[in-house]
Design a protein around this ligand. Structure first.
Ligand SMILES: NC(=O)c1ccc[n+]([C@@H]2O[C@H](COP(=O)([O-])OP(=O)(O)OC[C@H]3O[C@@H](n4cnc5c(N)ncnc54)[C@H](O)[C@@H]3O)[C@@H](O)[C@H]2O)c1
Ligand SMILES: [Zn+2]
Length: 352
């Protein structure tokens, strides 16, 4: 089993990574927690596939499980579902000294983490991420949130788990579109921090890469760990993780979150900003074509769709509201080297 340690200001916690680890999750949790009640939060897809075995192994160790199942999808990251989950956990007798376990993708992790942060003023929790995106990104770093009708992740907090338990074997049942979505973020990590990872991705395709998935999950988690340790509260270094994301948010929003998944929009955003970086002499020549080749290889979109540019600019400026005349964009000087570049808001149009 691979173990990474995350040193956050509030606590230090482990990330365990191993194929088949779900079978040992109950034991790991038992080792961390001496009480007898667990609030298990999952969505109905993951529930159908994995919850029974986990619940049974917990019960075999004398734990009582209060299971709460939410609908799959972003719609569950809502205040309404937050309230329902809190009520269900309380009705099941979960108290402040118990523990919450989130079994699912980024939606369950963000929702369940926010529940844990707020219910009874905070209950300890454990992440068992089941999607590629959740295993390499959302389960690490302590950002938990729900959405408001006016925008994503607007109500949330920084709240660190007791542990993250990752079983890459679970990715076998993940729908290909969600797998690709996660691969866009893997490509992002390679671009900002790890040319070796980029080379590995180039030498494989979406079928053969699964043979390397355990190492990839570890590499991505350790990059994210390193970055969030430097900047837990997202004021500087952590912005590197936004490579491709500023434009991605605008693209997702422009098409009402219907045409592109997040990962697809990130792929488009990374390529576009790197092309602009090359044109400005800030990224090495050839970087964009190498990145485009990789994005195509993993069956992600690479072309910026036709959009009305003023509307994109307005969205971006709104996204960065409150800050000064300048805004920061993330570029790569070459593959594996991300950096922050500050531009004047008035020159934003040149980057679109
Ligand atoms: N907290 C953070 O730092 C952070 C970072 C990035 C993204 N996020 C959030 O993550 C969310 C997206 O996460 P996601 O892409 O995992 O979406 P998701 O949780 O909706 O999962 C995607 C789909 O896959 C299904 N699924 C999950 N694991 C499965 C498995 N092993 N087998 C079969 N099906 C499975 C789910 O039921 C769902 O239908 C967004 O809300 C985003 O804001 C948070
Ligand atoms: Zn992302």
């Amino acid at each position: 089993m691979k173990t990474l340690e995350v040193k956050a200001s509030s606590k230090t916690y482990p990330i365990y990574i191993e194929k088949g680890l779900l079978g040992k999750a109950a034991q790991i949790i038992r080792g961390l927690y001496k009480g007898d009640k667990i609030g298990l939060i999952t969505d109905s897809n993951v529930d159908r596939l994995y919850a029974d075995a986990l619940v049974k192994s917990m019960e075999d160790l004398g734990l009582e499980v209060v299971k709460v199942v939410v609908s799959p999808g972003e719609g569950s990251k809502s205040i309404k579902t937050f309230e329902e989950v809190c009520e269900r956990l309380l009705a099941g007798g979960v108290t402040r000294s118990d523990i919450i376990v989130n079994l699912g993708g980024g939606v369950v992790g963000d929702l369940g983490g926010f529940v844990a942060s707020a219910l009874l003023r905070g209950i300890r929790f454990i992440q068992i991420p089941t999607s590629l995106l959740a295993q390499i990104d959302s389960s690490v770093g302590g950002k938990v949130a729900v959405n408001l009708p006016s925008g994503k992740n607007l109500v949330g907090s920084f709240y660190q788990p007791e542990a993250v338990i990752i079983d890459p074997e679970l990715l076998r049942t993940l729908d290909i579109r969600f797998f690709r979505d996660g691969m866009a973020e893997v490509i992002k990590y390679a671009c900002i921090r790890d040319e070796g990872l980029f080379n590995l991705l180039e030498g494989n395709d979406e079928h053969t890469i699964v043979d390397h998935i355990e190492d990839i999950v570890e590499t991505c988690c350790s990059i994210k760990r390193d970055i969030v340790e430097l900047d837990e509260l997202d004021k500087g270094e952590r912005m590197l993780l936004n490579f491709g994301h500023t434009l991605a948010h605008a693209v997702e929003q422009y098409f009402n979150y219907e045409r592109y998944t997040h990962g697809e929009a990130v792929a488009i955003g990374m390529i576009h900003i790197t092309r602009k970086g090359e044109q400005s002499g800030l990224s090495a020549k050839g970087t964009c074509s190498r990145l485009t080749g990789l994005v195509k290889k993993y069956n992600l979109p690479f072309e910026m769709p036709a959009m009305e540019s003023q509307s994109v600019i307005d969205t971006l400026l709104l996204d960065k509201k409150g800050s000064s005349r300048e805004l920061s964009i993330i570029l790569i000087s070459e593959i594996g080297k991300g950096f922050m570049h500050t531009i004047d808001k008035s020159s934003l149009g040149e980057w679109i």
